[in-house]
Ligand binder design. Structure first.
Ligand SMILES: [Zn+2]
Ligand SMILES: [Zn+2]
Length: 392
């Protein structure tokens, strides 16, 4: 008998309009006012549990709004019904302002009963009420955050398809496909010009993942801008950089791109998000180089640029190997220990990512003669040996 009861409850819960009617819900709310339950007849219905005070909910809602509007524009008849976890009506009213879909009117007891019935133990929760519910992917929140409206109809099969598409896009980059979106075939420059993605053909393209709020990103952007300018001056337009912003809002994004000489994907476009996912970007700053042939040259462009600057062009593994070999050769030709007329202690050959030469006060990198006793660095070229070479 227990099994039979479970089944009855199960089927019942899927017919949400009946559930609402049984609970005494007479109408739903939209931004324009009351909507009769019958408006949902024949639509694919999804329940959305969320609260105004919940940060993950606030992060999730823009993804869901994009999904809702995109699917409806495509003529897919879906309806989302919001059931509130808000503690009071003010919070509820504030919260529904961010939602273009329907809401169950505020009633703490009713909401509690619905939360129990649908066994919601966390927010945000997004629950499809459709016949193929058993094939639905388990973590719908993550799926929708990752793929937006492409996630529809939210099945495991669809998820597998999407992962395969990502893999193909990563392995065989088509810039037009990667950087454009329906209705947008351009990128924007720091000074608000529109540049067609097709103009990137034949260039090496760096995808720069960064945000203005992050000091390491701002520091790296300065290094990258030097490399960008250097290559433009010496090699012509062989390199283009595209900012894939992870800024928190439009204002930050505009500060970010206005400070840079390259292009960007518009902020409101979720292509930014897709590209982060495709290249599995987990921390910023990050730089992915794509060659003129559409193959990914390096996922670790940041290391190349911060270590070797413009010398690293065209940012291939073999170029880096050559640079490393030249560096080793240079080191082998230098003495391990030296004495310099300008310093009282013995100096030892060392390797540093960046230093300032205490003789000429200019920047240096890689080989240095440094002092273990005090904080002293010397360019190998600034060395004035004592002893036999004093005649220099
Ligand atoms: Zn020096
Ligand atoms: Zn010293």
């Amino acid at each position: 008998m227990a099994g039979l009861n479970f089944e009855a409850e199960y089927v019942d819960s899927f017919d949400v309009l009946k559930v609402f009617a049984a609970e005494g819900v007479e109408f739903l709310l939209s931004c324009e006012g009351k909507v009769p339950l019958s408006d949902c007849n024949g639509k694919n219905i999804y329940l959305f549990f969320s609260a105004n005070w919940c940060r993950p909910c606030k992060v999730f809602i823009p993804h869901l709004v994009d999904l809702y509007e995109t699917l409806r524009k495509r003529g897919i008849s879906i309806e989302i019904i919001f059931i509130s976890f808000d503690r009071d009506e003010d919070g509820f009213k504030e919260h529904v302002k961010s939602m273009p879909w329907l809401a169950v009117p505020f009633d703490l007891n009713l909401h509690r009963r619905l939360i129990d019935r649908y066994r919601v133990d966390r927010i945000p929760s997004f629950i499809p009420l459709c016949s193929d519910a058993l094939t639905v992917e388990e973590n719908l929140i993550e799926l929708i955050e990752d793929y937006g409206s492409d996630a529809f109809p939210f099945t495991r099969k669809r998820h597998e398809e999407l992962k395969a598409i990502d893999k193909r896009k990563r392995e065989e980059v088509n810039l037009e496909e990667l950087l454009t979106r329906e209705g947008r075939n351009f990128l924007i420059s720091g000074d608000d010009r529109k540049v067609l993605v097709s103009e990137l053909a034949g260039k090496t393209v760096g995808l720069f993942f960064g945000a203005y709020w992050s000091p390491p990103c701002r520091a790296f952007a300065i290094q990258l801008a030097d490399v960008y300018k250097n290559l433009k001056d010496t090699k012509g337009h062989c390199l283009e950089i595209v900012l894939i912003s992870t800024d928190r809002d439009l204002k930050e994004f505009n500060l970010n791109r206005n400070s840079m000489p390259w292009l960007a994907i518009p902020y409101e476009d979720r292509t930014r998000h897709d590209i982060c996912r495709i290249f599995d970007i987990k921390k910023i700053p990050a730089l992915v180089f794509i060659g003129p042939d559409g193959k990914v040259i390096s996922l670790n462009g940041k290391f190349m640029v911060s270590s070797y600057g413009a010398e690293a062009f065209p940012f291939t593994e073999s170029r880096i190997k050559d640079l490393e070999a030249a560096l080793r050769k240079e080191g082998n030709a230098l003495p391990q220990h030296v004495e310099d007329v300008k310093h009282e202690h013995l100096l030892k050959l060392d390797m540093a990512k960046a230093y300032v030469c205490d003789s000429c006060k200019k920047q240096g990198k890689f080989w240095t003669f440094s002092c273990d006793v005090c904080d002293y660095d010397l360019h190998p070229s600034c060395l004035e040996k004592v002893n036999e070479d004093q005649s220099w």
